[in-house]
Write a protein that binds this ligand. Sequence first.
Ligand code: GLU
Length: 320
Amino acid sequence: MWRGRFAPTPSGLLHLGNAAAALLAWLQIRSMNGEFVLRIEDIDGPRSKAEFARRIPGDLRWLGLDWEEGPDVGGPSGPYIQSQRLGYYGSVLDALDKLGRTYSCYCSRAELAAIASAPHGLASEGPAYPGICKKASKEELAEKAARKTPSVRFELPAEPLAFVDEAAGLQQVPAGAGGDFIVKRADGILAYQLAVVADDAAMGITHVLRGFDLLDSTPRQIWLYQALGWQAPQFAHVPLLLGPDGSRLSKRHGGITLADMRQRQIRPETVLGLIAHAYGLLDRFEPAAAKELIPLFSLQALPKEAVRLSEEDLAAVAYG
Ligand code: GLU
């Protein structure tokens, strides 16, 4: 049984770009008669707001999407709100720790930036963590520990990684790419990378379809799956939706939130028809219900490049 999910961070009202990601993930799963999960990813403190989280199910249902499991309907692998799953993430972190794959890190952002920009520093490594606390002696670490609460880093394996993304194609990642990354911040906040892997595994997700901007995170997530001995899902990173000016859709484009559209009585079929046309599922821009699009979905048919909406496209939903 295929299982997919939409996992928004409630950092604002859902907009056309989120709707596109949700629709495509939903279509992929519905076209295989699979099950869909809605999960709210609200652990990155100040960015997430409960009022945005509360609106998400209603906005998605207005579009015509549905799910077998989610914050509003429950389900066997709940809760479906990450801030209610912190104990579970702690146990996954403990498991990584027992496997010897984590270490405490006392380096501050400012210290790392200073090293990276020093004339004979580590600029060639870019922002990758240079492993200072991994290489430090026991005495040095004890001394640092007396002064500071550490963050926790995940130690990357020594091997390069290759994986096939079902939308973006073959990805080849050099060993150590990006450096050992933080799985728990010094302030106790768990990293998105850890929580998303812990949840997709626990919720039995077999297919992750999401925006191209998250392709970069995927090697880290696969490395976590490997370390934990879990099967990674199939990934498909789809092109992002851009405004007529070529920049990523955002508030700046005005009137693009689903809340706005609902208020202005734009029909959900218009919104879906626009997205389906932009992604090549429909030859022309015409209203369509979510269910009508299911048989038209194919990953292979999706565009390879970011999708730019025209002024007219946007005017049909955003200013209509
Ligand atoms: N919560 C993430 C976001 O909204 C997406 C996570 C994912 O799809 O893996 O950017």
